[in-house]
Design a protein around this ligand. Sequence first.
Ligand SMILES: NC(=O)c1ccc[n+]([C@@H]2O[C@H](COP(=O)([O-])OP(=O)(O)OC[C@H]3O[C@@H](n4cnc5c(N)ncnc54)[C@H](OP(=O)(O)O)[C@@H]3O)[C@@H](O)[C@H]2O)c1
Length: 230
Amino acid sequence: GVNITIPHKESVIRFLDDISEEARLVGAVNTIVYKDRKLVGYNTDGSGYMASLKEELGFNPKSKRIIIIGAGGAARGILAALATQKPKSITVANRTLSRAVSLIKTFKGKFRDTRFEAIDLDNNMLKMSFNSVDLLINTTSVGMKQSKALKIPLETLPKIAIVSDIIYNPLETLLLKKAKKIGLTTHGGLGMLVHQGARSFKLWTGMDAPMNVMRKAALKALKMEVGSRK
Ligand SMILES: NC(=O)c1ccc[n+]([C@@H]2O[C@H](COP(=O)([O-])OP(=O)(O)OC[C@H]3O[C@@H](n4cnc5c(N)ncnc54)[C@H](OP(=O)(O)O)[C@@H]3O)[C@@H](O)[C@H]2O)c1
């Protein structure tokens, strides 16, 4: 099988014989398995993210209030995985509000235990939602490769909130540094990268992936990339 990445995760679907339930919900495929002369597509991004949150922080989304910043492909995968775990609410905040609105539309009628909301990426709107949040996830590309931090009012989050950033390059984004400085628990993107790959490996081979080897290799490659930019 193969892994698929941006920008082919959606366009590849028409070439496949079948796709999994999760990939159908997400509308994107990141893993293709060739079995019995058939090409079947899966999406391991969202479940990889959830596994990393559980492994690193023991986080269980049931009955939790969650804010997702961004409404792109990664947000869709994470939303699909989270929605199956019955959180109390999921708010999607995006620079282009119409994308957030269309993202939650797919989920609204399907998951009745969760309240879905779409809001503008505007600090006044965010402050109103922030006062009762358990988990905030940055799924935008803002903060990648040492670019500037997302300007959001982190200081208005409750002290128990977790700030998660799925960017893995750098390993600790400026957003996470800021969150840590004000005493919030943080979660970076490397675990999601490793876990989504491990899930693909299992789909291809039927065997558990060597997680430690994969994590070490990912860290080494990322450190080399950072070194070559200096
Ligand atoms: N850890 C992992 O394994 C993993 C897996 C997948 C992706 N990622 C990371 O996730 C990030 C997003 O990937 P994606 O595939 O979802 O990308 P995408 O589909 O292109 O979506 C990008 C999102 O970022 C928002 N955005 C971009 N620039 C912005 C800005 N200046 N201000 C505010 N919002 C901005 C976009 O808002 P608009 O809708 O307004 O344009 C959109 O919501 C990337 O950094 C990628 O590396 C990590």
